[in-house]
Design a protein around this ligand. Structure first.
Ligand code: NDP
Length: 325
């Protein structure tokens, strides 16, 4: 038997339950990974609350894990039993001791990257890869606003932006988070609990404002974020930590300076094996070179997934969080 977290109805953290299941055998094109660490992500909360619908209930939760291949289905050629691997785009069910998923979603880990680092880095790091290198290929000297700069995605973004010579202005909600983002290479930080974001961006940029705003907060920050852009700047809305952005009149993009807006997701960028491998190679190279170091701010036992999610939703975490089976 293997332990897994599942939920039979959507709701608060209390809907998560730890159950014993018989591990499934991998079908054609699938592998079973024995987890050494599981990644905790905000998207898991969207599935638990029902903002993103799970395909069926009861459902497993979590899409990211790292460990060792323990069974291989028919037709899988790039993986073998015993390989050290990680994935970020599994079907729901990563909050478990083991998980069966399509082999095409699984990448082999380089020797220099351990399982905990991989579980903390894959989903968030691949996200930063496409945000900074593909959604808008940033150039040295450009200025960006990045919300939640001390969080999981944000901590990686601060370091990667710095390596690119990009001036990242990060929003945070406490002095401790500001210090962490600055340690990670943020060019400047704005404490949203006591500073006006648009005014501070104006001051910091000498009135020039930002080339790109990366906004994962959603509802609460949509309009403020648009006001931080230069004319013809790009708004990248990539998350809903405060709730989804809804009811937008696109005329606002005209009023605020012929702005561009996009609403990307990892699955829209790492959508083929070739693209996933290229993005993972870029991420792993940044980690191995030391340009990006993965900050695991919290570790929880798998059985405490509900507490871990509460801390993430309650803005109490910094960096990445992993669950240990
Ligand atoms: P974080 O560790 O960044 O945690 C979320 C942070 O958002 C909090 O720590 C908090 O930082 C900030 N925040 C602002 N407002 C709220 C609010 N109302 N409730 C909770 N948090 C708030 O999480 P992740 O690194 O897992 O993910 C970051 C964001 O990126 C999420 O919104 C997620 O959905 C999105 N994402 C999108 C992907 C995509 O491809 N589209 C892929 C991966 C992540 P502070 O207190 O400093 O303000």
């Amino acid at each position: 038997m293997a332990k897994r977290i599942q939920f039979a109805r959507t709701g608060g953290p209390e809907v998560l339950e730890l159950v014993d299941v018989t591990p499934a055998e991998p079908g054609p094109g699938e592998v079973r990974v024995r987890h050494q660490a599981v990644g905790l992500n905000f998207i898991d909360i969207y599935f638990r609350t029902g903002l993103y619908p799970a395909p069926a209930l009861p459902s497993g939760l979590g899409t990211e894990g790292a460990g060792v291949v323990e069974a291989v289905g028919e037709g899988v050629e790039h993986l073998a039993v015993g390989d050290r691997v990680a994935y970020a785009q599994g079907p729901l069910g990563a909050y478990a001791e083991s998980h069966v998923l399509p082999a095409e979603k699984v990448v082999t880990l380089p020797d220099g990257i351990d399982a905990e680092t991989a579980a903390a880095a894959m989903l968030k790091g691949l996200t930063v890869q496409y945000l900074l290198r593909q959604t808008y290929p940033l150039q040295g000297g450009e200025t960006i606003l990045f919300h939640a700069a001390a969080g999981g995605v944000g901590s990686i973004a601060c370091q990667w932006a710095k390596a690119l010579g990009v001036k990242l202005i990060g929003t945070v909600s406490s002095p401790e988070k500001a210090a962490l983002a600055e340690k990670n290479g943020a060019w400047a930080t704005i404490d949203t609990t006591r500073e006006d974001v648009v005014e501070r961006v104006r001051e910091l940029t000498g009135g020039a404002m930002c080339d790109v705003v990366y906004d994962s907060v959603g509802k609460d920050t949509w309009e403020t974020s648009l006001d931080c852009l230069k004319k013809r700047g790009l708004m990248v809305s990539f998350g809903n930590a405060s709730g989804p952005v809804e009811g937008v009149n696109i005329g606002i993009l005209n009023q605020k300076g012929s702005l561009f807006v996009t609403r990307p997701s990892l699955n829209g960028y790492a959508d083929t094996r070739e693209r996933l491998e290229a993005m993972a190679a870029d991420l792993f190279a940044r980690i191995e070179s030391g340009e990006v170091s993965i900050d695991i701010g919290q570790r929880y036992p798998l059985a405490e997934a509900a507490e871990a999610q509460e801390a993430l939703a309650g803005r109490k975490t910094t960096g990445s969080t992993v669950l240990i089976p």
